[in-house]
Design a protein around this ligand. Structure first.
Ligand code: SF4
Ligand code: SF4
Length: 471
């Protein structure tokens, strides 16, 4: 892909520096349990000292390896949608972003930087304004897509450095307001959109009643807390709050496949903002909710609805954060659908999906999860005109909304500039539908389509399978 220069050009220097005005009401508004869990920015504290202490305390072998291994060859620049759309701005390159934490590591921990700081360009933040600038870099100029990681000859994982730095800043309360708010909702309610138990149950009931209006589906149920099922289904709160059609589509397909399944009444949210904020304690608490629900219900396995970061968090990261034995089988609902199609448990007619459709690989599923062929197998079985975008699979470009960026409104203008690459890539397919297996990508792609006025619509695999059903 050639460099695509953004029409306007924002840089790190234009991003808002708002430490002094961070939401002062936050701390008071929190119940006491969250006060300990979720830090608010404290202007009176020596935040630089705390940041340096945390850095020394939390550094891990993979983080240290990625900090030490970079040879500054610059190859990663070609991978990053921010750098490719801002070719004249070195601050948009992965190596610059990683160097902002690397230089602090060198000054504080690495022996070369402690003895010869000028030689290895080591340095420490001078105050809260520098920490705030670092916040803008790690939250605002990187979607943690890991495309640069896969293209680094030295194996440097820039995204792991970004997440590590985000975690240190989160501990100090120096985070974008959206990250703070979503984290608070997760701590308080166990799900990232503060869905109440009543809303959850009423939405399921509504979907069930809608489906039962079809006489052929009169016996359909959306079970909750049914013990001993083949699988426990877990969803993204966005499905309850904004788009419950996906729950209805899944329920209809599971019913026609003769599946024994259930949703849990608690621990149903498979998303996890701990992945984005770098807060392992939040990540562990949310993952534990979900694993304990599966054990409580004696579920055979966990099936994860279409969500990229939920897939990654639930299948492996969550076990590390929660320090939980990885003894619960889990899979994406896309694999479940693939099995139904292969075993002919559901019948489909692909001509019912006759518009040209392309597939967007979610970063967390393809690049970080290695699942690239299953969705294609399903799409080829249920769509008459499936076409690849270029590049694809692990080389695909981010939807631009990864890394929690959808919750950070202040970085949206820069994100839309960096989306020029994605817009060109989508447009070149000539497809009318772009399918993704991630709710986050649905919103990210919708933003790109709207901003660049593309003639296409975002769909998910469940929608296409449901539309092709013959029953
Ligand atoms: S992160 Fe990797 S690709 Fe990028 S400059 Fe460093 S060594 Fe080169
Ligand atoms: S992880 Fe993605 S967005 Fe972040 S620097 Fe690397 S390529 Fe760019």
């Amino acid at each position: 892909m050639k460099t695509v220069k953004a029409a306007k050009s924002l840089s790190v220097e234009n991003l808002p520096l708002d430490v002094a005005t961070q939401d002062k009401a936050r701390a008071d508004a929190l119940p006491s349990i969250q006060k300990d869990m979720l830090r608010t920015y404290d202007p009176a504290a020596d935040n630089v000292r705390r940041f340096l202490d945390l850095l020394a305390e939390r550094i891990t072998r993979p983080v240290a390896a990625s900090l030490a291994a970079c040879v500054h060859c610059g190859l990663c620049v070609e991978s990053c949608h921010y750098a490719l759309t801002h070719p004249d701005d070195p601050t948009m390159t992965p190596v610059y972003k990683a160097d902002q934490i690397r230089k602090i590591f060198k000054r504080r921990i690495d022996w070369t930087g402690r003895i010869f700081p000028w030689w290895v360009k080591a340095g420490t933040p001078r105050g809260d304004e520098d920490l705030n600038r670092l916040k803008n870099i790690v939250f605002g100029t990187c979607s943690a897509c890991r495309r640069c990681t896969l293209n680094c000859p030295m194996g440097v994982d820039t995204a792991i450095l970004i997440r590590f730095t985000r975690g240190l800043l989160t501990e100090l309360g120096i985070v974008p307001e959206g990250v703070f708010n979503v984290s608070r909702d997760e701590w308080e309610t166990g799900n990232q959109m503060a869905v109440t138990p009543l809303d959850f149950l009423e939405t399921l009931q509504w979907m069930r009643d809608d489906l039962r209006a079809d006489p052929k589906l009169a016996g359909l149920d959306i079970p909750v807390d049914l013990p001993g099922c083949d699988f426990m289904y877990t969803i993204n709160p966005r499905e309850i709050k904004f788009d419950p059609r996906s729950i209805a589509q899944a329920a209809k397909i599971f019913h026609l496949a003769g599946e024994k399944w259930t949703l849990p009444s608690a621990g149903w949210d498979q998303t996890n903002f701990g992945l984005f904020s770098g807060d392992d304690r939040l990540g562990g608490a949310l993952a534990r909710n979900l694993y304990e629900a599966a054990i409580r219900l004696r579920a055979g396995r966990i099936v994860i609805s279409e969500c990229g970061h939920g897939y990654r968090s639930t299948r492996w990261e969550g076990y590390n954060w929660a320090q939980y034995d990885q003894d619960l089988p889990s899979e994406s609902v896309v694999r479940t659908l693939q099995r139904y199609l292969r075993e002919k448990r559901i019948r489909v007619d692909k001509t019912k999906n006759d518009l040209p459709v392309t597939f967007h690989d979610s970063c967390n599923v393809a690049r970080s999860g290695g699942m690239t062929e299953e969705p294609r197998d399903v799409l080829r079985r249920v769509c008459a005109d499936f076409r690849e975008m270029t590049p694809n699979r692990t080389e695909n470009y981010c939807c631009t909304g990864g890394g929690g960026l959808l919750s950070m409104a202040e970085y949206r203008p820069l994100r839309m500039e960096a989306a020029a690459i994605k817009a060109r890539q989508l447009e070149a397919t000539g497809a009318k539908l772009v399918c993704t297996i991630c709710h986050n990508c649905v919103d990210g792609l919708n933003d790109v389509i709207k901003h660049y006025k593309l003639d296409m619509r975002v769909v998910q695999v469940l929608e296409l399978v449901e539309n092709a059903l013959v029953y």
